[in-house]
Write a protein that binds this ligand. Structure first.
Ligand SMILES: Nc1ncnc2c1ncn2[C@@H]1O[C@H](COP(=O)(O)OP(=O)(O)OP(=O)(O)O)[C@@H](O)[C@H]1O
Ligand SMILES: [Mg+2]
Length: 269
């Protein structure tokens, strides 16, 4: 579905991504892992059109989408979520979902916000969809809460909900588990799996929580120092010497072990 073809990115003197090629197959939940600063988010940003690659191409269903801006990609069914959730904190959860009606709000969030007054009056189809999303993610009880008051995990669920309001087929998730407590992490994992199985979403997931990656993703790609160093099932990667070394260098070797505990466990949510 997505083909990343020999993509590189240089920021000033820093080569953040170096000649990375990988595929995200349709129907998969593909993982992307690697130590801090490996270039994962930069790779996502290029696929999602935040900035073009310095070199290389990105294809979606065989079509060259290199350098297309996010709103064009949105209309092709490709969306991303951010490492730090981008909710409208002064709007309720329900309102946050309502400003992302299908096929409408790809342009940018500011336009979506300007349109808010109009969207509010709009057809009941949007309202029905909002109810479906709230129900699917089991967040109906916080529907009228200001988004800014949500816990970290609830914000991540809201983020997922906003992608569900679009007609996305391909979703890039940047650290859906960061700062999320155990209970909500289970819900997020379940929501991703059900969206994949029941609703045909393809996912590419960046995550530091190896338990979450193991439970969700196959295959998993590993980046270190801007390069792709390994790809495969998580069980193989845990035994891969190069992968273990990459994490050792970053002082995170524990994460790759059999009894590894994710770094964000126990964070407030
Ligand atoms: N906009 C930017 N300008 C300059 N340098 C950047 C920019 N974005 C990222 N970098 C640099 O590129 C490298 C890769 O960063 P990136 O954010 O892609 O890593 P990451 O794998 O997502 O790390 P983390 O797991 O900590 O989120 C880092 O050295 C970072 O400092
Ligand atoms: Mg990142």
């Amino acid at each position: 579905m997505i083909q990343i073809d020999n993509v590189s990115k240089t920021f000033g003197g820093i080569q953040a991504v170096r000649g990375v090629s990988l595929e995200v197959a349709e129907g998969s939940i593909t993982g992307l892992i690697g130590p801090n600063g490996a270039g994962k988010s930069t790779l996502f940003n290029m696929v999602a059109g935040l900035f073009p690659p310095s070199e290389g191409r990105v294809l979606l269903d065989g079509r060259d989408i290199t350098g297309l801006p996010p709103h064009k990609l949105f209309h092709l069914g490709l969306v991303r979520t951010f490492q730090i959730p981008h909710e409208f904190s002064r709007m309720t959860v329900r309102e946050n979902l309502m400003v992302v009606p299908p096929g409408q709000s790809g342009e940018n969030l500011f336009n979506a916000w300007l349109r808010w007054g109009r969207v509010k009056q709009e057809d009941s189809a949007v309202l029905d969809k909002v109810d479906d999303v709230l129900d699917f993610l089991e967040i109906t009880h916080v529907a009228d809460e200001l988004a800014g008051n949500l816990s970290g995990g609830q914000k991540k669920l809201l983020d997922l909900g906003r992608t569900m309001m679009t007609d996305a087929r391909m979703v890039l998730l940047d650290e859906p588990g960061a700062g999320v407590n155990r209970t909500l992490l289970g819900k997020i994992r379940e929501a991703i799996q059900r969206l994949n199985r029941e609703r045909g979403y393809t996912f590419c997931v960046i995550e530091h929580d190896m338990d979450l990656i193991s439970a969700l993703c196959d295959p998993v790609h590993v980046m270190a120092n801007g390069e792709l160093i390994a790809s495969g099932a998580m069980t193989e990667l845990r035994r891969n010497e190069q992968v273990r070394e990459a994490y050792l260098g970053g002082g995170m070797s524990g994460q790759m072990g059999e009894n590894a505990r994710p770094s964000n466990q126990g964070d407030a949510s």
